[in-house]
Design a protein around this ligand. Structure first.
Ligand code: SIN
Length: 493
């Protein structure tokens, strides 16, 4: 049993920004995570960080672009906080050691990505922004005695009684169960990409946070909005990694095997149309059996500008001298999640949610490119500030193991296939109920819902599959409730 002022679940940019800010004020923090320190979507993020720091820009333009990409379903106050606090937060991050790419004169370089009205995205190491940001945050948090990391230790359940969160139950890689009691608990464990067959997400990201929060009684929001990235390197139906939107921002074109541009006539911004529009178009061509390519011939010094993408291509036998990268869409980002304010406050006392796991409404129905690392940095800090202003003593409440057992669980491949078929890029009205029934068939015997399991009779792999079923069902139910297409939720008859 461990007692800690703040328990943070997850180890991406939102988790470590929150931890760093708390530890600066001598708060004792324990970070517990399912994988290693760099096993996060943040470390894989290529695109960059949007911030209105150039002379031509201001946060109101960033605000406008964020709302437009989100189909105006965004929470306007949350958007205003995100984009107006971005410049100061980024300057502070640079002050804490983070280096972004600059020209020879030392000025920041601003790149272009989809649905931005001007060049606003800053990068580090070309297309290695997420990795560089995580390396910096790991340095900053490793050097702090107030922070303890517990790696390869998934959270099985939150400990919640009478509307208050007391901490969490975990199991380490040797199979031992652990109880953590905390004054405040923060869920920052990312999204749901691993629920789909092709994803840009880290392999540890399988939608656990939604399932944990649901069982604890958290309000969830906008779960139907799953963003697919239009361009993953895809060979013979296998997806091998992201080809950043910054590649299209630098001039790459989407073409079919006859060399025709597929975005002509689809949207005025063509390759730089909002991500949901481009993903649907690429997907539609794939359904017709066409191979789609990114034609990179207009980009000089591709390998120097995009070292991560070049590495992924070379590792999988794509000869970049041909200037063609075969691509298809993959699950990328979840706009929905645990309903929370910009300060991470949820409906459960002393339980916070931040980053991709949370839904503050900031992304609306479709996230603007390069707003996610930003969200982790800005709202991570606001979450820490809220905890600092509302300190809670550590209290204990016994975790009672349920007797529920899940039998005959399906394999992950089957869950992913069903998710893509029924709640993928295009959903069919009337069909979604079929997959909801399929999910229901795996509920523990005698239960009317996905309840907590008996973890003495369930290993971590089974617990993960069970969480995938729970979260998958919740996404399908949300998709069935939203009758009209908007943003990333495209529904047809
Ligand atoms: C990308 O590099 O295309 C991804 C950027 C993002 O998701 O914001």
């Amino acid at each position: 049993m461990t007692r800690t002022d703040v328990l943070i679940i997850g180890s991406g940019i939102a988790a470590l920004s929150t931890a760093y800010q708390l530890a600066r004020f001598n708060i004792n923090v324990t970070v517990v995570t399912k994988g290693g320190k760099k096993d996060s979507n943040s470390a894989l993020a290529q695109g960059g960080i949007s911030v209105a720091l150039s002379r031509e820009d201001n946060w109101r333009l960033h605000y406008k672009d964020t709302l437009m990409a989100g189909c105006y379903l965004n929470d306007e106050k949350a958007v205003e906080r995100l984009v107006s606090l971005a410049p100061h937060t980024l300057l502070d991050f640079m002050g804490a050691g983070m280096n972004f790419d600059r020209n020879k004169k030392g000025d920041l370089l601003f790149g272009r990505e989809a649905a931005h009205s001007l060049n606003r995205v800053i990068h580090a190491g070309g297309d290695a922004t997420g990795l560089k940001a995580m390396e910096q945050l790991i340095i900053n948090t490793d050097n702090n005695d107030n922070i303890t990391f517990k790696l390869h230790e998934p959270v099985l359940d939150l400990i919640v009684k009478d509307g208050r969160c007391y901490g969490a139950l975990t199991r380490d890689s040797k199979g031992s169960l652990h109880t953590y009691y905390a004054g405040s608990t923060v869920i920052a464990s990312g999204g749901i990409g691993g629920l789909y067959p092709a994803t840009t997400n880290d392999k540890t990201i399988t939608g656990d946070s939604i399932a944990l929060a649901y069982r604890a009684g958290c309000r969830l929001k906008n779960l139907e909005f799953v963003q697919f990235h239009p361009t993953m390197l895809t060979i013979d139906g296998h997806a091998y990694g992201l080809v950043s939107e910054a590649v299209r921002g630098a001039g790459a074109l989407l073409i079919n095997d006859k060399g025709e541009r597929i975005m002509d006539g689809v949207h005025p911004m063509k390759e730089l149309a909002p991500r949901d529009v481009v993903a649907r178009e690429v997907y539609a061509h794939h359904l017709k059996g066409e191979q789609i390519y990114l034609d990179i011939s207009a980009i000089s010094d591709f390998k120097e500008k995009f070292p991560t993408v070049s590495g992924i291509c070379e590792d999988h036998g794509v000869d970049l001298s041909n200037n063609l990268i075969p691509v298809a869409p993959g699950a990328h980002f979840h706009m929905g999640g645990i309903q929370a304010t910009s300060e991470g406050v949820t409906n459960i006392k002393d339980l916070y949610a931040v980053g991709e796991a949370a839904c503050t409404g900031v992304h609306g129905a479709n996230r603007l490119a390069s707003n996610s690392l930003l969200e982790g940095l800005v709202f991570g800090r606001l979450t820490a500030d809220h905890i600092l202003a509302n300190p809670q003593s550590i209290k204990e409440a016994e975790y009672t193991m349920s007797g529920a057992v899940a039998e005959n669980l399906p394999c992950k491949k089957e869950i992913r296939r069903k998710m893509m078929e029924f709640v993928g890029i295009v959903r069919h009205r009337g069909e979604i109920d079929k997959v909801i029934k399929w999910f229901d068939s795996f509920m523990p015997k005698g239960e009317s819902d996905f309840v907590s399991l008996d973890y003495n009779k369930t290993d971590n792999e089974q617990a993960e599959i069970y969480n995938m079923l729970t979260t998958g069902k919740l996404i399908a139910e949300a998709a069935a409730r939203r009758k009209d297409s908007i943003g990333a939720h495209c529904i047809t008859d």
